[in-house]
Design a binder for this molecule. Structure first.
Ligand SMILES: Cc1cc2nc3c(=O)[nH]c(=O)nc-3n(C[C@H](O)[C@H](O)[C@H](O)COP(=O)(O)OP(=O)(O)OC[C@H]3O[C@@H](n4cnc5c(N)ncnc54)[C@H](O)[C@@H]3O)c2cc1C
Length: 478
């Protein structure tokens, strides 16, 4: 950015809840020079991709929505996917964002040109753009994992991942295998159980599933938002307390004993890892579905796919007409497969050889004018939209600083980044997340927790409220 250029140009990768929040706040702040590049043909991120039966938010929409757009008329506390997508489209229309979005445009490469103080951005379809500021808002759950099981290619029926649901595949009256029992399966298994003839659910590891909170208690959306917010915050101290974890586990076991009568099924559904190690799932329908006559829970991972069935690791074979992979995503592979190159030709993957980390989950030393949304250690057991909005405010603050100080670029100081991450890892090291009996997608192969925020959501909001310039190097050279 030149010294006299008052309004930076900005490229945002991704038009999910994150990219849209930032675009709205940029507009509100008077920064109109932004473009959103979106890989897909529509907005919405996970709420465009996950159309599986039963898809809905599990954080009430009173909180799983933008604070500046909280009066939306939701059909209920946990609205379905189509309604959440509708909300996002309503925001796009209301804030006039459409002209700023380029669809079918995937960012492949972004390189910082220090001389020109410009990010040079290359897309997969061959376009090139320059911008003063580059923001990644590509999300955490955008790369579905389909396990590379032997025989997969030879299966004769339809097979698909839950995030790419094949609505044309006939499931009614069929025998269907579901592989995986994560957050998505918890939602779509109950939704299809009554339609299929027989459902085989293959489980690698059971989940703690708890019932949904009661419907909205307050008529006032703002009060309801606060109530839901504090409900989630209440659970945070438990993660660092063995006593509170044990107490919550006892409460959950009592709930399960009531929800599932058969002791053998209960045994299969009881996790061997501590509560809070993985995301606690919310459903009223999961345990009833597990007890249906046409549903069998197979407590063994799948070993191979046969042309007409599935073989579990215990050697048993189930013949099936279709397979649904509820096998989740790869969230610790932050920002892949984009290649991002900062100062002195250093790439982000080099900087992250020991696991992703960023200052407040947003900035990385040596990558000036580069910001991330839903970056490392910003995932919470609460509303991600709340976290994204905090990040959007922070990034707008940084851009305002660039403009007001006529700076070429802003770069977080390496010592500020180090201190912050030492603190995050120190705080996480006393939580259930790093216990020996806890392995989850929050951790990398080497065991580092790179996804989770260690504290309350409101602490994150407070710490991102205003950019602290002591933590940054501001280049104001001509
Ligand atoms: C099924 C499901 C249910 C969920 N439910 C909840 C919930 O109830 N509560 C909660 O708090 N969180 C929930 N989450 C987490 C969810 O990821 C976040 O809440 C939120 O939607 C993240 O928004 P985002 O914009 O950061 O990412 P995304 O929604 O993933 O959007 C990222 C966008 O970036 C695009 N993109 C990716 N790579 C590129 C590229 N290289 N170039 C250009 N564009 C690119 C993608 O196509 C996508 O549109 C859920 C996730 C899933 C998968």
């Amino acid at each position: 950015m030149t010294a006299r250029q008052a309004s930076p140009t900005i490229v945002i990768a991704g038009a999910g809840f994150g990219g849209i929040a930032l675009a709205i706040l940029l507009k509100k702040a008077g920064f109109d020079g932004f473009t959103i590049l979106e890989r897909a043909a529509d907005v919405g991120g996970v709420w465009r991709d996950n159309t599986y039966p039963g898809a809905a938010c599990d954080v009430p929409a009173a909180l799983y929505s933008y604070s500046f757009e909280h009066g939306y008329r939701w059909s209920g506390p946990y609205p379905p996917q189509a309604e959440i997508l509708g909300y996002m489209k309503h925001c796009i229309a209301k804030y006039g964002l459409s002209p700023h979005i380029r669809f079918d445009t995937e960012v492949a490469d972004a390189t910082f040109d220090a001389k020109a103080s410009q990010w040079r951005i290359a897309t997969k379809n061959g376009a090139e753009l320059d911008a003063n500021v580059f923001v990644s808002a590509v999300g955490l759950f955008n790369r579905p994992i389909v396990p590379d099981l032997p025989g997969r290619a030879d299966f004769r029926g339809p097979q698909f991942h839950s995030a790419r649901w094949d609505h044309a595949a006939p499931l009614d009256g069929k025998t269907v295998a579901v592989i995986g029992t994560g957050a998505s399966a918890i939602q779509f298994v109950p939704a299809i159980a009554s339609r299929v003839k027989q459902l085989y659910v293959f489980q690698r590891s059971p989940q703690y599933v708890v019932p949904k909170a009661m419907a909205a208690r307050f008529g006032n959306p703002l009060l309801e938002r606060l109530r839901v917010f504090f409900n989630f915050e209440r659970g945070i101290p438990r993660r660092g307390s063995a006593r509170l974890t044990a107490k919550a586990e006892r409460g959950w076991l009592a709930y399960l004993a009531n929800a599932v009568r058969d002791p053998e099924l209960r045994r299969k559904l009881t996790p061997s890892y501590p509560l809070g190690c993985k995301r606690v799932l919310i459903s009223n329908d999961w345990y009833p579905a597990m007890q249906r006559a046409n549903v069998e829970l197979i407590d063994a991972p799948v070993e191979a796919i046969l042309p007409d069935g599935v073989r579990a690791s215990d050697g048993s074979v189930r013949k099936v007409d279709a397979i649904v992979y509820g096998t989740g995503f790869s969230p610790t592979d932050y920002l892949t497969p984009m290649r991002i190159t900062g100062l002195n030709g250093r790439t982000l993957s080099e900087a992250w050889r020991d696991g992703a980390e960023a200052y407040l989950g947003i900035t990385v030393a040596g990558f000036p004018n580069f910001f991330m949304m839903y970056g490392p250690n910003t995932n919470v057991a609460g509303s991600i939209v709340y976290m994204l909005e905090s990040q959007a405010r922070y990034i707008v603050g940084a851009i305002r600083t660039l403009a007001q100080k006529h700076a070429r670029f802003i770069d977080v100081r390496a010592d500020a980044l180090r201190q912050f991450n030492d603190e995050v890892q120190r705080r996480l090291s006393t939580t259930v997340l790093v216990r020996d009996d806890c392995s989850s997608y929050f951790r990398t192969a080497s065991g580092k927790v790179t996804t989770q925020w260690p504290g309350f959501m409101f602490e994150y909001r407070r710490r991102t409220r205003k950019i602290n310039l002591h933590d940054y190097f501001l280049n104001t050279g001509a």
